[in-house]
Design a protein around this ligand. Structure first.
Ligand SMILES: *[C@@H]1O[C@H](CO)[C@@H](O)[C@H](O)[C@H]1NC(C)=O
Ligand SMILES: *[C@@H]1O[C@H](CO)[C@@H](O)[C@H](O)[C@H]1NC(C)=O
Ligand SMILES: *[C@@H]1O[C@H](CO)[C@@H](O)[C@H](O)[C@H]1NC(C)=O
Ligand SMILES: *[C@@H]1O[C@H](CO)[C@@H](O)[C@H](O)[C@H]1NC(C)=O
Ligand SMILES: *[C@@H]1O[C@H](CO)[C@@H](O)[C@H](O)[C@H]1NC(C)=O
Ligand SMILES: *[C@@H]1O[C@H](CO)[C@@H](O)[C@H](O)[C@H]1NC(C)=O
Ligand SMILES: *[C@@H]1O[C@H](CO)[C@@H](O)[C@H](O)[C@H]1NC(C)=O
Ligand SMILES: *[C@@H]1O[C@H](CO)[C@@H](O)[C@H](O)[C@H]1NC(C)=O
Ligand SMILES: *[C@@H]1O[C@H](CO)[C@@H](O)[C@H](O)[C@H]1NC(C)=O
Length: 324
C-alpha cells in the first residue's frame, strides 16, 4: 500500500512538473496544447479527444474548446503588457550639461607696439599664455574653461605717456566675440626700473570653451600685483611656466594665468624691434617646491627601507643564534 501511495505521489508530482513545464514553455503556442484543459472537460464528457478531429458532430464540445482558447488568450494578454512598461521607463533620462574641451597647450606669439606716428617700438612682448577659469554649469557642477591667447591676436595699446605703457591683445573667440588681455607697466626713472603692475582679461563665454553658460556676460579678471621688476633698457625673460592668480572684478579670486616662454621689453625706443640685454628670471625667485618635496620623500623612503632591512637582519641573526 505504502509503495503504491509513494508511486502515486511520484506520479502526481511528475504530472505536476510536466504540466508546469508545458505551461511555461509555450506561452503563445498554448492554443494548440489542450492537455491542461481535459481535467475541466472530463466532468462533462470523456469524448474530448475526438472533438479535435470531428468538430461538426458535437456542438457543446466546440463551445468548450472555444472557452479554452479564450482562457489561453487572456493569459497571453496578461503577460504582454510588461515590455511596453519597461520601454516607457527607459525614456525618462536626464541630459547632462556639456563639458568644456580638454586643455590644449597655448602656442607662443610675439607682438610689437610702436609709439604713435612712429616707427620706433615701445613694447615688445612674447609669450604662450593660457587662462584657466572655473565656471558653474546648469547642473551645479563646476567646470574649468581654458582660453589660450592665439599667436595671431592683434596688438593695440597706449605708449604716449612717459611713465606708464600698456599693451592689449585682441582676438575673436569661437562665437566671433572679442576677447582681450592687457598688460600695464610702470617705469621708475629714479631707480631706473620698470615692472608689470596689472593684467586685465575680458573673456566672453562662448559655446566652445564655456558650454552651458554661452552668451553669459563677459568675465572681467584681473591680476593686480607688481611682477617682473626689470632694469630699464633691458628685457625680462622667463622660459618656465608661471602661474599668476586672478581676481574677478568684485575682488574675489577666480582662475589663473599660466604663462611660459615669457619675454618682454617695455619703454623701448628703437626701430630694430629686437630684444636687447636680457634679465632672466632668477631660479631663487620662485623656488621649485615639487622637486624638493619629491627629493625629501625619496630620501625618507631610502632611510625607512634601510632601517627595516637592518631590523630584519638583526632579528634573523638573533633567531639564528637561538636555533644553534
Ligand atoms: C510598471 O512600472 C512601474 C514603475 O515603473 C512598476 O511599479 C510596475 O510594477 C510596472 N508594471 C509591470 C507590469 O511591470
Ligand atoms: C598721428 O598722425 C595723424 C595723421 O596722420 C594725426 O592726426 C595725429 O594727431 C598724430 N598723432 C600724434 C600723437 O602725433
Ligand atoms: C542647484 O543648486 C540649487 C541651490 O543650491 C538647487 O536649488 C537646484 O535644485 C540645484 N540644481 C540641480 C540640477 O542640482
Ligand atoms: C587666427 O588663427 C585662427 C586659426 O589658428 C583662425 O581661425 C583665425 O581666423 C585667425 N584670426 C585672424 C584675425 O587672422
Ligand atoms: C565668425 O565669422 C566668420 C567670418 O566672419 C564666419 O565664417 C563664422 O561662421 C563665424 N562664426 C560664428 C560662430 O558666428
Ligand atoms: C622710485 O624708486 C625710488 C627708489 O627706490 C622710490 O623712492 C620712489 O618712491 C619710487 N617712485 C615711485 C613712483 O614708485
Ligand atoms: C548664443 O547666441 C547665439 C546668437 O545670439 C545663438 O545662436 C546661440 O544659440 C546662443 N547660445 C546659447 C547657448 O544660448
Ligand atoms: C584680489 O583681491 C584681493 C582683495 O582686494 C587682494 O588682496 C588680492 O591681492 C587680489 N589678488 C589678485 C591676484 O589680484
Ligand atoms: C626716442 O629716442 C629719440 C632719440 O633717439 C628721442 O628723440 C625720442 O624722444 C625718444 N622717444 C621716447 C618715447 O622716449
Amino acid at each position: 500500500m505504502t509503495k503504491l501511495v509513494i508511486l502515486v505521489l511520484i506520479g502526481s508530482l511528475a504530472a505536476i512538473a510536466f504540466g508546469q513545464t508545458e505551461s511555461y514553455v509555450p506561452p503563445q503556442v498554448v492554443v494548440t496544447t489542450i492537455p491542461p484543459q481535459p481535467p475541466v472537460t472530463t466532468t462533462e464528457s470523456p469524448v474530448t479527444k475526438s472533438t479535435s478531429k470531428t468538430t461538426s458532430t458535437a456542438a457543446p464540445v466546440t463551445t468548450s474548446t472555444t472557452t479554452a482558447t479564450t482562457t489561453t488568450t487572456t493569459t497571453t494578454t496578461t503577460t504582454t503588457p510588461a515590455p511596453p512598461n519597461s520601454t516607457t521607463t527607459t525614456t525618462t533620462t536626464t541630459t547632462p550639461a556639456p563639458e568644456p574641451p580638454k586643455p590644449i597647450e597655448p602656442s607662443e606669439g610675439i607682438w610689437e607696439l610702436s609709439y604713435p606716428n612712429s616707427t620706433k617700438s615701445c613694447v615688445l612682448l612674447q609669450f604662450a599664455l593660457q587662462i584657466e577659469v572655473p565656471y558653474d554649469a546648469t547642473n551645479n557642477k563646476t567646470y574649468l574653461a581654458y582660453v589660450n591667447v592665439p599667436p595671431n591676436a592683434s596688438a593695440n595699446g597706449e605708449c604716449s605717456k612717459t611713465d606708464t605703457q600698456m599693451i592689449e591683445l585682441d582676438w575673436l573667440n569661437a562665437d566671433n566675440k572679442t576677447d582681450t588681455i592687457s598688460l600695464s607697466f610702470v617705469k621708475n626713472a629714479t631707480s631706473k626700473v620698470y615692472r608689470l603692475t596689472d593684467i586685465k582679461a575680458s573673456l566672453n563665454p562662448d559655446n566652445k570653451n564655456f558650454p552651458a553658460i554661452a552668451n553669459a556676460s563677459a568675465l572681467s579678471l584681473t591680476h593686480e600685483h607688481d611682477e617682473f621688476k626689470t632694469t630699464l633698457s633691458k628685457s625680462y625673460k622667463c622660459a618656465k611656466k608661471q602661474e599668476l592668480h586672478l581676481n574677478e572684478t568684485d575682488k574675489k579670486p577666480r582662475g589663473s594665468i599660466f604663462v611660459s616662454n615669457l619675454q618682454f621689453e617695455v619703454f623701448q625706443n628703437s626701430t630694430n624691434k629686437q630684444f636687447t640685454d636680457v634679465e632672466d628670471c632668477a631660479p631663487s625667485d620662485t623656488p621649485d617646491v615639487v622637486p624638493i618635496a619629491v627629493g625629501c620623500a625619496l630620501a625618507a623612503l631610502v632611510i625607512i627601507v634601510l632601517i627595516a632591512y637592518l631590523i630584519g637582519r638583526r632579528r634573523g641573526q638573533a633567531r639564528g643564534y637561538l636555533s644553534m
